[in-house]
Write a protein of this length. Structure first.
Length: 69
């Protein structure tokens, strides 16, 4: 039986996975420039995503890497 901490970690992992997939799906639907601009606006200057496909993919990779360090 999993502990509460393990269950929370599983939920966090699933949230990061779904968030990454949603960002990539939005990029396919709306284009990388629109997705990057929305991320940049919501970050309020805390970080910058280059408005290209590579820039958005790099951002998603950094999200995943932060989670699993």
């Amino acid at each position: 039986m999993k502990s509460i901490e393990e269950k929370i970690e599983d939920i966090e992992d699933e949230v990061f996975r779904k968030m990454s997939l949603l960002i990539l799906r939005d990029m396919d639907n709306y284009g990388p420039e629109k997705v990057a601009n929305e991320i940049n606006e919501s970050s309020q200057g805390n970080y910058y995503v280059v408005p290209t496909e590579d820039g958005v993919r790099e951002y998603v990779s950094s999200l995943i890497n932060k989670k699993f360090k």
